[in-house]
Design a protein around this ligand. Structure first.
Ligand SMILES: CC(C)(COP(=O)(O)OP(=O)(O)OC[C@H]1O[C@@H](n2cnc3c(N)ncnc32)[C@H](O)[C@@H]1OP(=O)(O)O)[C@@H](O)C(=O)NCCC(=O)NCCS
Length: 203
């Protein structure tokens, strides 16, 4: 397996893989930063010529960049990574390229799209729909029947009450409390959460 991106997020991805009895052998990490050399003894290379049957995991926290890289290498195989200390409920579906980190809980009948990050100790309650390229940051909590649109980041420690629909490419600030629906591209902060601006549309 190859990892794309050599940041701190990559260290946590390696930790998830090692935690699962080294479920994949990591051949190398691809990162264009010339000052990076190794992470945990794994070589970092600047670029690689992939074969169609190669397995890749994109270890990049930024949702737009993750989407761009996955489009560029759409022919490769992307596994789902789940830490053994995550709890996954009945009838949960998780699409390829998504990672569920330590302590996270995903409750029944929730659907999680491709290339998402469910970060450390995040809680996603029952009947949620999480679209592709979403990042649920550490300790964020989504109550039941929440929808999160493509590319949105729910910030660290944020809470979303039941039944709320959050649009695509939104940012929910750290510690915010979201009580009502959020339109596409909105940046919401505070308790109660209020829109302070809009992200630029994703091309
Ligand atoms: C919401 C966020 C994206 C805004 O960042 P930004 O665009 O750089 O905005 P600024 O820092 O200029 O803040 C704009 C205003 O919102 C306020 N604000 C920013 N984040 C806030 C938050 N989380 N809660 C409450 N207020 C916040 C600022 O105090 C500032 O208020 P002011 O205009 O009265 O001074 C960022 O603060 C944030 O919370 N990011 C989430 C980070 C995260 O969860 N990381 C986890 C990684 S795993």
């Amino acid at each position: 397996m190859y990892l794309f991106g050599g940041s701190g997020h990559c260290k946590v991805i390696i930790d998830v893989i090692k935690n699962n009895n080294n479920s994949y052998e990591i051949t190398s990490i691809i990162d264009e930063n010339p000052i990076l050399d190794k992470i945990f003894g794994i070589n970092i290379v600047r670029e690689i010529k992939f074969n169609d049957d190669d397995v890749l995991f994109i270890a990049i926290g930024n949702n737009k960049i993750r989407k761009k890289i996955s489009s560029k290498y759409s022919n490769l195989n992307y596994p789902v990574l789940i830490h053994s200390n995550a709890i996954i409920g009945i009838n949960v579906s998780i699409a390829h390229g998504t990672v569920i980190m330590a302590g996270a809980i995903v409750n029944p009948d929730t659907r999680i799209g491709k290339q998402c990050i469910v970060n450390t100790s995040a809680v996603i309650e029952h009947d949620n729909v999480i679209e592709d390229f979403v990042h649920i940051s550490p300790n964020a909590a989504l109550a039941g029947n929440v929808n999160v649109g493509e590319g949105t980041q729910i910030g660290i420690g944020a809470c979303v009450i039941q039944g709320v629909k959050i649009g695509k490419w939104c940012t929910i600030g750290a510690g915010s409390v979201v009580l009502k629906d959020v339109p596409d591209y909105a940046v919401v902060v505070g308790n109660p959460g209020k829109i302070i601006k809009y992200n630029q549309e994703h091309e």
